[in-house]
Design a protein around this ligand. Sequence first.
Ligand code: FES
Length: 167
Amino acid sequence: MHNDIELKFKFNNSNFLKSKKILKKYPKKFSESAILPLLHLAQEQLDGWLKKPAIEYISKYLKVPLIKVYEVASFYHMFNLKKVGKHCISVCTTTPCCLKGSDAILKKFEQNLNIKNGKITKDGVFSLHEIECLGACINAPVIKINNNYYENLKLDDIKKIVKNLKK
Ligand code: FES
């Protein structure tokens, strides 16, 4: 299946082996259930974002319509359809976080990184994104940087976080 696909993206050997293990978890006729984990795998391989060829690849790999893969990739905010920075900063601005000051947090990151929401720094090290609920509302305000959560965030924490990530 792997070698038949002539596209601009394909899983590297290690991810190809992982993808085979993932597929074994699902009955053959429900292989589209593997869309989510395979998108995660592709995004990991592509430094945090899903290029269109990766979505096409997964569609062909699983033999499911492209629109189905695209629907999943575009629905969940953990998938990035545009290039992101090495450190992808996501600031939750949904109501509980908003009530605990997420707007000020977003603004502080904008000032600190000298970029607007949705942009990447010129050196490609940081990108900043407003995001919907991260599911940790009890510890609002919450941000996520790549796969790490920062909870009960204070405005004063931001400078230190950015400084540590620059090291
Ligand atoms: S509202 Fe921010 S984590 Fe839920």
